[in-house]
Design a protein around this ligand. Structure first.
Ligand code: NAD
Ligand code: TYD
Length: 335
């Protein structure tokens, strides 16, 4: 199978590319615009794999998408604007990429009747009061411009199945964590701040609950959904690790040896979802997938990765990773 992966230079996309090359005999074409979140240094270990190629392009550009689909059998669609705080500051890029861009992917897939794995998120369900857990048929109640744009993309994907019989499957994962995560998200931000002796901003009371999912567990689920998920169905991917933010930050402090005084409560995020809680019964029953890792066991390993790969995140923070793109890639990888 030849798979087009959109957003494969980002956090989850790059892990998915690596997992797919390792565990399957698929060929992968990574189609990514290389926004601030795209980093080809995430893929240095596999960039010379003969089953891998990179094409720089924007999912909103219908012609570029059509050209990138030449010879492709299926699409795994990760490309998105992903940071809630950025969507609060300004949502235009979120609407363009997550709604219009997703539409272009679906339209191009429809022209060739290609299977699409659409990457949605647990955030489409909005805040879920305890003791409730959301199942795949629950209504959407997104709170942020980010999650609203993801909800629109998710609705469009399933609408293309219902209306056009496009073979679409949708994944709704919980908060991912692991190596190569852009250090604006809570875990890499807090780990790298502890290393620098800097304060960690805790929004509001820090008692918001997230369900932490190791990115490699997530990629295992995504392969299963792509291969065996039923057309027109959505699958929650829970982490099995529901923790408050202060709980997960205390695991960070324990693994880094950081001082609790580094935690600094700051004003809350507007529209901040209090709790995400995914019901994982469907993916366990239909695809025999369950999360395998606990956040407390993994945290020392993840912290060690950021410690050993200081050059990676320092180059992200200084912007040097972008110079690597300009040297090595134009709008198409140099021969
Ligand atoms: P990320 O921000 O790390 O990477 C996004 C990638 O998409 C980057 O490589 C970027 O260059 C690319 N991109 C952005 N706009 C593009 C465009 N217009 N055309 C082509 N490429 C473009 O994202 P991530 O955290 O790896 O998330 C991947 C997907 O998973 C997203 O769809 C996100 O909504 C979803 N998701 C993420 C999480 C999480 O915890 N990170 C949880 C649930 C769902
Ligand atoms: P984040 O990593 O941005 O993911 P999401 O908003 O998609 O869940 O944030 C995870 C949680 O951590 C969320 O409740 C917001 C909170 N948070 C902080 O308290 N401080 C921070 O600096 C950041 C980035 C997030």
């Amino acid at each position: 199978m030849k798979l087009l992966v959109t957003g494969g230079a980002g956090f989850i996309g790059s892990h998915f590319v690596r997992t797919a090359l390792r565990e399957r005999d698929w060929s992968i074409r990574n189609f990514d615009a290389l926004t601030y979140a795209g980093n080809l240094e995430n893929l240095r270990d596999i960039e010379n794999n003969p089953r891998y190629e990179f094409v720089r392009g924007d999912i909103c550009d219908a012609r570029a998408v059509a050209a990138a689909l030449e010879g492709v059998d299926a699409i795994a669609h990760f490309a998105a604007e992903t940071h809630v705080d950025r969507s609060i500051l300004g949502a235009r890029d979120f609407i363009t990429t997550n709604v219009q861009g997703t539409y272009e992917i679906l339209e191009a897939a429809k022209a060739r009747n290609l299977r699409v794995l659409h990457m949605s998120t647990d955030e489409v369900y909005g805040s879920v009061p305890a003791p409730r857990f959301t199942s795949e048929s629950d209504p959407f109640e997104p709170s942020s411009p980010y999650s609203a744009s993801k909800a629109a993309g998710d609705h469009l994907a399933l609408a293309f199945f219902r209306t056009h019989k496009l073979p679409v499957v949708v994944a709704r994962p919980a908060n991912n964590y692991g190596p190569f995560q852009f250090p604006e998200k809570l875990l890499p931000l807090s780990i790298t701040r502890v290393f620098g002796g800097k304060k960690i901003p805790v929004y509001g009371d820090g008692k918001q609950v997230r369900d932490w999912l190791h990115v490699e567990d997530c990629c295992r689920a995504l392969v299963a959904i792509l291969e065996r998920g039923r057309d027109g169905e959505a699958y929650n991917i829970p982490g099995g690790n529901m923790r408050t933010n202060v709980e997960v930050l205390s695991a960070v402090l324990k693994a880094t040896g950081g001082d609790a005084a580094l935690l600094e409560h700051v004003s809350d995020r507007p529209g901040h979802d209090r709790r995400y809680a995914l019901d994982g019964a469907k993916i366990a029953r239909d695809l025999n997938w369950r999360p395998a890792r606990t956040v407390e066991t993994e945290m020392p390993i993840v912290v060690a990765w950021y410690r050993e790969n200081e050059a990676w995140w320092k180059r992200v923070m200084s912007g040097e990773y972008r110079a690597y793109h300009e040297q090595n890639y134009g709008w198409r990888k140099k021969a």
